[in-house]
Design a protein around this ligand. Sequence first.
Ligand code: AMP
Ligand code: DBH
Length: 544
Amino acid sequence: MKGVVAYPEQLAERYRALQLWKGQSIPDWFEELAARFSNRTALVDGERRVSYAELARRARAVARGLSLAGVRALDRVVLQLPNGLELVETLLGSMRAGAIPVLALPAHRRVELEAFCRRAGAVGLVMPERHAGVDLLTTARELRAACAELRSIWLASSGEPPPGFQRLSALGEAGADAGEAAPGVSASEVALLQLSGGSTGVPKLIPRTHDDYLYSVRASAELCALDADSRFLAMLPMTHNFTLSSPGWLGVFHAGGTVLCADGLLPGRLLELLSRERITIAAAVPSLARALVEAAPRLLPDRKLEGLLLQVGGAKLDRKLARAVLEVLGCRLQQVFGMAEGLVNYTRLDAPAAVVMETQGRPLSPYDELRVVDPDDPAASPLPSGAVGELQTRGPYTIRGYFDDLAGQTRHFTADGFYRTGDLVRRTADGDLIVEGRIGERILRGGEKIAPDEVEAHLREHPSVRDAAVVGVDDEYLGQRSHAFISVVNGAALPTTAELRAFLRARGLAAFKLPDAVQALAELPRTKIGKTDKQALQKSAAPR
Ligand code: AMP
Ligand code: DBH
């Protein structure tokens, strides 16, 4: 497809010969699952329970509805729905129609949605009429006016949509009595456009093929030992790569298990579901894991979550919180260091506790190629294990380029096809990765380099500090100075800058790493998926 950097043919052949890529499209894969697990429950959304066979039928109806509406093979459709049956059937149905869903998050608004529609050249958009108490109809109208190629906007709403918009549920109804018309979908084609978290501005589009995506899903499901008894609670947005594919709800489907949808629930309610519904696997970002840990003593006094594997990823999990997850929730823990561009690292289920608490795991696939390079001299030979540098990777499920982004190609990918992750990592002698931060977040203070992650981890060890983030602020004399933001443990007194600096010094930290300023916030700002929003913090760090 135009705008997509393909895998080199020789490598593609190798991945096929190795049976990593099986030549099966995601819709065909799901049809096969529907035949195999037919009456088993695939999805629970509130009161609605849907079997595999029923879900396949619903996805087929959506596919036909989209075809009847004029959506053709490889057309892009931006998909923005909250967790639930509609999201799942529309995602599967759009792929069955041969279209390429662009996976937006519920928190995205006009600026982001407009950028996705334009960049993807989308012909369709699926979005809720209201979400989390916000009326989105004006947004929908603005998008329709702004994006010329957008032919249809399907609104998920209970009532009749205003003129010019379609009702999402009508899609499945229109398709239900139409003839069979599923176009063949090639497994080597793009299946979906995932979003990069985007450390700068609006996310870039990530083209993942059926072959490569399914490989990562299957391998992840095996690694996490999923089976037909697996019960997954979707707590993060189901379009996010972690919740979708690592192994996520697609991985649970692969094993014949059951997916339960949660959306925008408070930690207390999530704890109740995790316990009552005997959830066996769930994915969280660290801020959500922290919220669960904090709510547990009150809401889960002695019902420990023994049967649960809590996956934590998306941002660095510090050791203190990792320990609390194990001790307070009483569940198993897995760290997941992944990226929508491809590569996913997991701590293994049989890894020693120290590895699970202190590392971000190792690559999913034996065919993942990783190298750690000097960020200031990336062309030099890779660094030895133990050294901190930028992680570069290529492999059977890592993209070779962003969608339609010739201009950014050499910035984000090397000539030999490695993705420059922008992540600073260190590999232990045993081959596990430890994330040390992001290149762009390094602070260059008067000739010294500071890795914010290191300082943040020490700050979080202070008994009054709940969470911490350190950013660089432009400084006339030093180039940059460091500014720490903290949130404080409920009820604890606010430590002064001098106290915190003394605390860090006592822990043996070099003087240049001590924050020049400390500012307390009630809550650290979060990105749409719940990672600490360092860009926002950088902007708000008041110049002295
Ligand atoms: P995205 O671009 O949204 O796919 O985000 C991927 C990025 O999130 C990675 O490149 C890392 O910077 C970060 N990330 C994901 N998982 C972890 C983790 N377990 N520990 C530290 N950083 C992580
Ligand atoms: O942060 C991520 O993007 C992420 C984290 C864990 C991811 O894409 C994944 C696992 O697949």
